[in-house]
Design a protein around this ligand. Structure first.
Ligand SMILES: [Zn+2]
Length: 314
């Protein structure tokens, strides 16, 4: 029996992961199909991440029997399933097998990936033509009766194998790396869900200046997520552009519990060119723009806690 390290395509996978890391840094956590279909370079070749028509994809350049990626297929005329319904807990997803035969060619690729715990990319559809790439993700089980498999960003099986099979000289380095990647994957998942919901609530605009470019918007926490009460829920979020996120996070700008913007004394006293005057100081005393739905609006307790901090710093 071959050793589980024998994934002849690990270099291709690693390159694909690195490219995705770069793409989400540049475009944000969700990617339009146009961006995904440009693919990635590996050595002197150009490979695809996925193809439009297929859910399970293995580039012909790969030598092993596992796929590189899987992608949500939305039946024509349907909308994507809401995030809450497609997840079985954070980081665990259910994915439909292809067709009705669990042993057809595509599904065999999944079986192989499950058997050897190979890390995959999941292009999870959040809108028609918009995907959130989730990686590394592993197949945790295949249900032949229900024709579905379970995907997870944690791989307990791989961890177990790495402990029991001494595969490389520095197994510890691998273990650290493995923990890092799955923790990162989970964190990304949390963050992008929060971002998606907050930006949607604020209709893809900055709550301060109304800038309407999602690629320049962040979902800011009102109470920071490192604090105990800093839950990643919409009432603890604000859609802010990069500039206003920056001044808010550094307490140069505060938001009163009634939603009025207050700048720090030091900022008010600073005189400078048009960016400071028009893009920051002009908002002193103005009201932030709130989401239409009351349940999405900032929670009083979050605003109060944060404003208190701003006052203390000031
Ligand atoms: Zn702004």
């Amino acid at each position: 029996m071959p050793l589980p390290t024998v994934d002849p395509d690990w270099e291709i996978r690693a390159t694909a992961f690195q490219t995705l890391e770069w793409l989400v840094t540049r475009h944000g956590p969700t990617l339009a199909w146009d961006v995904i279909q440009r693919g990635f370079d590996f050595k002197d070749q150009h490979l695809h991440f996925a193809t439009k028509a297929r859910g399970i994809f293995r580039p012909k350049e790969m030598r092993g029997e596992g796929p590189l990626s899987i992608k949500t297929i939305i039946p024509r005329g349907n909308r994507p399933v809401p995030y809450e319904e497609s997840q079985k807990g954070v980081g665990v997803f259910v994915y439909k097998l292809q067709g009705n035969d669990p042993d057809n060619r595509d599904n065999q690729l999944l079986q192989w990936a499950w058997k050897w715990s190979v890390p995959l990319i999941y292009f999870y559809a959040v809108e028609v033509g918009v995907y959130q790439p989730i990686w590394p993700i592993f197949i945790r089980g295949i249900d032949r009766e229900r024709l579905e498999c379970t995907l997870s960003v944690d791989d307990e099986v791989l961890a177990e194998r790495e402990r029991s099979v001494p595969m490389v000289a520095d197994a510890r380095a691998i273990e650290i790396r493995r923990q890092y990647v799955t923790v990162q994957a989970k964190r990304r998942l949390h963050q992008s869900r929060f971002r998606l919901e907050v930006l949607r609530a604020y209709e893809q605009r900055c709550a301060v200046c109304r800038l309407p470019r999602p690629e320049l918007l962040d979902a800011a926490h009102i109470v920071a997520d490192r604090e105990e009460t800093g839950d990643p829920v919409v009432p603890n979020g604000l859609a802010l552009c990069r500039l206003h996120h920056g001044v808010f996070d550094t307490d140069l700008m505060g938001i009163r519990p009634d939603g009025v913007i207050e700048l720090s004394q030091s900022l008010i006293e600073t005189r400078d060119g048009p960016t400071l005057e028009h893009a920051v100081k002009a908002f002193q005393g103005q009201h932030i723009h709130l989401p239409r739905l009351p349940r999405d609006q900032p929670g009083q307790r979050f605003l109060e806690a944060r404003y208190e901090r701003f006052r203390k710093v000031g």
